[in-house]
Design a protein around this ligand. Structure first.
Ligand code: TXA
Ligand code: MG
Length: 313
């Protein structure tokens, strides 16, 4: 159910959860300081309790109220705000409820580029918002996707189709170094340029520094089989086991093709990715071949990451 900006603000202030657009994907938003509303998000999504939420702000002033300190390295990436970059800071634990941080001592913060989102936050204050999809499913890039997951009556602030169509890139900052915790709408290369260094390797352990990365993600109901070359794709196709191909305009196949556009136009490909993954289920595909015969550089790395995660059993 599409609602206006004023209505969205009113409902959020009443403690309701509302789906909101951003330039990346739709988010399932609640007020930062309303723990009951934040808990509702976890229940609605079926989200594991140990997966923290990103806090969305509309101006830099708000950052000071959420974090212990702003490290000097932040100045290197400050120009990406507003925009699809989430930065992990040491949290001011008296201001950011534990349920938002999933008990961590850090908080992920971003300032969305979409004016409509910032207008809403200006009315409500900081909003926590995970992607507006049932946990594990492809993210939502249109109001219709939110309604498909949460029902036609679920309140959605309508921002049309998301500009990026893929989540924000998440980084954490050290004194002289930086770590990329999730690839996203800003490429590693663009970040390396402003930092003047390559990212530190991420250390994975039982307690990963970005908990969400350990879960199955972005997956349609159908099974995806990744093909790293056209030969692989043709030999799988010949088996008769597959009913469709997820690929690009240039992908050669005899099966129905679900296209992400021109191969190598990665921002365009990412913009359509989740809608196309959802479309595979709408069209009742069962076994789908995926063309991953492309270079994983720039935003190609984000596209490959999402396809690999979507294909995980
Ligand atoms: O583009 C986006 O980031 C979208 C829009 C709605 O803003 N949000 C989004 O939220 O993708 P979500 O919850 O689907 O993914 C957030 C990711 C999770 O993998 C979570 O583990 C990680 O951010 N995260 C959140 N807080 C963190 C923290 N303090 N330290 C490390 N990772 C954190
Ligand atoms: Mg998500």
């Amino acid at each position: 159910m599409k609602i206006s900006l004023q209505e969205a603000a009113k409902r959020l202030k009443r403690g309701e959860v509302v789906a909101v657009p951003t330039e990346t994907v739709y988010g399932l938003a609640a007020m930062l300081d309303n723990e009951e509303a934040v808990k509702k998000i976890f229940t609605l999504k079926g989200r594991p309790q140990d997966n923290p939420l990103i806090v969305h702000i509309s101006d830099l002033e708000a950052l000071k109220g959420l974090v212990k300190n702003v490290p000097a390295t932040f100045s290197k990436v400050a120009s990406f705000w507003p925009g699809p970059l989430t930065v992990v800071f040491d949290a001011d634990v008296t201001r950011v409820p534990s349920v938002v941080r999933a008990g961590l001592l850090t908080v992920g913060v971003r300032m969305p580029a979409l004016q409509l989102t910032r207008d809403l936050i200006a009315l409500t204050g900081p909003l926590v918002a995970p992607s507006a999809n049932v946990s594990g499913r492809p993210s939502a890039t249109m109001p219709e996707h939110v309604e498909a997951d949460f029902g036609a009556d679920f309140p959605v602030l309508d921002g049309g189709e998301c500009l990026c169509g893929v989540e924000s890139t998440i980084v954490s900052l050290q004194d002289e170094a930086w770590t990329c915790l999730r690839s996203g709408a800003i490429s590693r290369e663009d970040l390396a340029k402003v930092f003047g260094s390559e990212p530190q390797a991420q250390v994975f352990s039982n307690k990963p520094s970005s908990p969400g990365q350990k879960y199955r993600h972005y997956a349609p109901h159908c099974k995806l089989q990744l093909c790293a070359s056209s030969e692989e794709l043709w030999s799988h196709q010949a088996s008769g086991h597959f009913d469709a191909v997820l690929g690009f305009s240039e992908t050669k196949t005899l099966l129905p093709l679900f296209s992400l556009g021109l191969k190598g136009d990665f921002s365009e490909n990412l913009k359509h990715l989740y809608a196309v993954l959802r479309e595979l289920d709408v069209k009742a595909c069962h076994n789908v071949l995926v063309d991953v015969d492309f270079e994983a550089s720039g935003l190609g790395a984000t596209l490959k990451d999402r396809l690999e995660r979507a294909a995980k059993k």
